[in-house]
Write a protein that binds this ligand. Structure first.
Ligand code: FUB
Length: 330
């Protein structure tokens, strides 16, 4: 497998969240499926109904599809659209975090619990209290404290919560809207998880991304650098790296901080636009090398909602800046 080939082509996959559990690489992707729904800014065409977990012994090796790990019809609070998931482990259990629309059409984040990294997972009856929007990404720090990052603009509904951080001020009038065009950009959210991993230990707060030159928050008008969706957090040499998609400008970017709660200072781009509207990733160390897990729409000939997961190697320079090991191949 060359590193720009899809890791599987028997199903469409996207939004890969990668973790190493028990010395094996597990990928928790969205499972894209066909639909007749036309593309729109609410993302209705991303109409996924279940999750599969993928795993491998080595990058480039055989990929195991463990089959359905969780499906929408088994989640009591969900109406539709199982979007980008992530997973974490603690105390011998595995936790799958996932966003979906509730019965009122509002995106919330749920958690499901399993005994094995590949599931199956059983969903809690309700969404996580205080959760909202999309794209949960978990991070467990060296001291055992777990965090959940989340949020996404436009179809991800983050603009419905402008002005407060904890999801208590939902403004339905903003559902069809895009985002503020002036002032500071809306931030992703982060919440500490409770020790049982099933709830927020405190209300979510804003993830601030600062301009390295001015130390001011990135502006809402700065679409090449502002957060849009696809939050991810990893740690390298004691620093916290918050990475994300810029949505309508189609970059994957990162920012570096001293604390998992931020603030983070903008550090640069990881990936240029790919084929397809969305770009979404994760970053993980496996067998002493660093990897970027991402998707594009090449497998479907460019259809936005039918994507495929790929892997590229990353390297860090002496300043801790991230680069693709091989330059953009296409
Ligand atoms: O897969 C559905 C949505 O597309 C994700 O939640 C976003 O990050 C984008 O990749």
């Amino acid at each position: 497998m060359a590193d720009k080939d899809p890791i599987v082509n028997h199903i469409y996959t996207a939004d890969p969240s990668a973790h190493v559990f028990n010395n094996r690489l597990y990928i928790y992707p969205s499972h894209d499926r066909e639909t007749t729904i036309k593309d729109n800014d609410k993302g209705d065409q991303y109409d996924m109904a279940d999750y599969h977990v993928l795993s491998m012994d080595e990058v480039g090796g055989e990929v195991t599809d463990h089959g359905i790990a969780l499906k929408a019809e088994d989640i009591p609070w969900v109406s539709k659209q199982l979007w980008a998931p992530d997973a974490a482990t603690k105390n011998g259990k595995y936790y799958l975090y996932f966003p979906a629309r509730d019965k009122d059409g509002i995106f919330r984040i749920g958690v499901a619990v399993g005994d094995k990294p590949e599931g199956p997972f059983k969903a809690e009856k309700e969404a996580i209290q205080g959760s909202f929007s999309i794209d949960p990404a978990s991070f467990v720090d060296d001291d055992g404290q777990a965090y959940l990052y989340f949020g996404g603009l436009w179809g991800g509904q983050l603009q419905c919560y402008a002005g407060a951080e904890d999801g208590s001020n939902f403004d339905a009038a903003q559902l069809g809207a895009n985002e503020p065009s002036t002032g500071a950009a809306l931030g992703a959210k982060v919440a500490k998880l409770s020790s049982d991993m099933l709830s927020f230990a405190a209300p979510a707060t804003d993830v601030q991304i600062l301009d390295p030159d001015t130390s001011s928050p990135i502006a809402a008008s700065d679409h090449a650098r502002r957060f849009f969706e696809a939050a991810w957090l990893h740690k390298y040499k004691g620093k916290y790296y918050f990475s994300y998609s810029t949505g309508d400008s189609h970059y994957l970017c990162y920012a570096i901080g001293e604390s998992p709660l931020g603030p983070f200072t903008y550090g640069g781009r990881i990936l240029e636009p790919v084929i397809g509207w969305t770009t979404h990733h994760s970053i993980a160390e496996f067998k002493e090398r660093w990897w970027l897990f991402y998707h594009d729409s090449t497998l479907s000939g460019g259809r936005n909602h039918l994507r495929c997961v790929k892997i590229r190697e990353l390297v860090y320079d002496e300043q801790g800046h991230i680069h693709l090991k091989d330059p953009q191949p296409e």
